[in-house]
Design a binder for this molecule. Structure first.
Ligand code: NDP
Ligand code: MG
Ligand code: MG
Length: 329
């Protein structure tokens, strides 16, 4: 079984006297920086001039250009977009890294695929929350935490693991659970999850259901409520108590349809596609494709995003949500 850590396994004193530079102040940067500060850690933020800089200053942080923040810090948590990390690392981080510093990531992409190769004289670790930044913040404010993964890629000081655990405690993750992993395992499972199940899988499943109903002549509004709106209710039940709790809450008719029809929707073809997607992640093909896409201003990403924004389901959804009070804020 995988090694698990809780509050009592992590010691915040490990971070005493150390300055943490959070590089980037987007989804993860903001959530992690605010939680660390509330946990009593010394935090500075590294950025370029722009919206995030403004936001971090308004939140009361000392904000510096990336190189300046790195010079001030013993721990450098890189929370830039994955596709920008290597370039920023080369010019603004690597030249200013001190011996014994701890270089930290929340996703293993750049280390695992060799885009960032740190010097042997620093620690390289990962603390990866399994949830978006606003949840990292909100759960912390509520006295809870989002689970996280930790991994050690390089342990120069002999303290890399303790620092990662303490950092995980600082962001509130040990209040939930922290799991031990490797950069390879985190990177590959994270990419697979978002592609095949969470983002890619779910949106494609919803679209397929919506289009099937609309093509058969049913009202798009009906189709929307049925296959998209209700998705959250079902997923919340699964989140709270697994398949069992969800199946306890639905009708017997729904349960029979679920168990007998579901496997026909996700059949052998889907298993084969998932296998292929996983292989492209493992052999670096996906990483190469995504990094190259970024060097030419993302033509594929832009075209596909636009096409989905114009999809009927988005128009119908916008209109229907306009009538529902829970979406008015
Ligand atoms: P975001 O896109 O939300 O934020 C990126 C931040 O980096 C922004 O503050 C942006 O500022 C800043 N930035 C971008 N380019 C530069 C640059 N050249 N120099 C200085 N600052 C720059 O990123 P995320 O928080 O989504 O992702 C950060 C990391 O966390 C990634 O490794 C990701 O895989 C990981 N992660 C993300 C999760 C999520 O839910 N979002 C979940 C778990 C891990 P500006 O306003 O100037 O553009
Ligand atoms: Mg993920
Ligand atoms: Mg991811």
């Amino acid at each position: 079984m995988v090694q698990k850590y809780y509050e009592s396994d992590a010691d915040l004193r490990t971070l005493e006297g150390k300055t943490i530079a959070v590089i980037g102040y987007g989804s993860q940067g903001r959530g992690q920086a605010l939680n660390l500060r509330d946990s009593g850690c010394q935090v500075v933020v590294g950025l370029r001039p722009g919206n995030s800089w403004q936001k971090a200053s308004e939140d009361g942080f000392e904000v510096y250009p990336v190189a300046e923040a790195v010079k001030r810090a013993e721990i450098i948590q890189i929370l830039l977009p994955d596709e920008s990390q290597a370039a920023v690392y080369r010019t603004e981080i690597s030249p200013f890294l001190r011996e014994n510093a701890c270089l930290m990531f929340s996703h293993g992409f750049n280390i695992h695929y060799g885009q960032i190769v740190p010097p042997p004289t620093v620690d390289v670790v990962m603390v990866a929350p399994k949830g978006p930044g606003h949840m990292v913040r909100r759960t912390y404010e509520e006295g809870e935490g989002v689970p996280a993964l930790i991994a050690v890629h390089q342990d120069y000081t002999g303290k890399a693991h303790a620092v990662a655990l303490a950092y995980a405690r600082g962001i509130g993750a040990t209040r939930a659970v922290v799991l031990e992993t490797t950069f390879a395992e985190e990177t590959e499972t994270d990419l697979f999850g978002e592609q095949a199940v969470l983002c890619g899988g779910v949106t494609s499943l919803i679209k397929a259901g919506f289009e099937t109903l609309v093509d058969a002549g049913y009202a798009p509004e009906m189709a929307y409520l049925e296959v998209l709106h209700e998705m959250k209710l079902i997923v919340d039940l699964i989140y709270e108590g697994g398949f069992t709790k969800m199946r306890d809450s639905i009708s017997n008719t729904a349960r029979y349809g679920d168990l007998t029809r579901g496997p026909r929707v996700i059949g052998p073809e889907t298993y084969a596609a998932m296998q292929e997607i996983l292989e492209e992640i493992q052999n670096g093909e996906f990483a190469r494709e995504w990094l190259l896409e970024n060097t030419v201003n993302r033509p594929v990403l832009n075209a596909l995003t636009r096409a989905d924004e114009e999809h009927l389901i988005e128009q119908v959804g916008k209109e229907l949500r306009g009538f529902m009070p829970q979406f008015q804020k």
